[in-house]
Design a protein. Structure first.
Length: 160
């Protein structure tokens, strides 16, 4: 990686041996997101959902290892809303998987800030925050958008 083409926080992460982690969470309803679709002429497409209010929360991370330029995608799912302890557990599991110090870049969600305060003394983690409300800066937001409005559109999961 050419040093001139790398942002300042990426240079520091590279020098200190951190893997850059973009982290975010999102909720997924088990009802289909209905979108326009194609069908043979004269045949109306039908979606038969199970109409449950079941919801899943996913914590997702896209990782970049600056030295190797290796990208990774990691998920942690649960049926409840994500709280501070879930983010801490996810980061510890991610560290155990990658075995490298992590530079975590995330938004200003209170659970994120509390997790950052609780892990502040841990040398395995360093935290940076996106400015204000800027979802376009977080690549995980694009992943959620693709899943919800692209890949999973018109998809009906079968009832459990």
């Amino acid at each position: 990686m050419a040093e001139e083409a790398v942002a300042q926080h990426q240079k520091k992460a590279c020098e200190e041996g951190h893997t850059i982690v973009f982290l975010d969470e999102s909720g997924f309803m088990m009802q289909p997101t209905v979108r326009r679709t194609w069908a043979p002429i004269g045949e109306t497409p039908w979606i038969r959902p199970n109409f449950t209010r079941t919801r899943w929360t996913l914590i997702g991370a896209l990782t970049v290892a600056p030295h190797s330029k290796r990208l990774g995608c990691y998920f942690f799912g649960q049926a409840e809303n994500a709280v501070t302890e879930d983010f801490i557990e996810f980061l510890r599991l991610l560290y155990r998987q990658l075995r490298r110090r992590l530079l975590v870049i995330w938004d200003g969600l209170r659970a994120h800030l509390k997790a950052a305060r609780l892990l502040a003394g841990d040398p395995r983690f360093r935290f940076e925050q996106f400015p204000g409300y800027a979802p376009e800066l977080n690549p995980v937001e694009s992943l959620w958008s693709w899943c919800k409005h692209g890949h999973l559109s018109n998809y009906c999961p079968s009832p459990f």
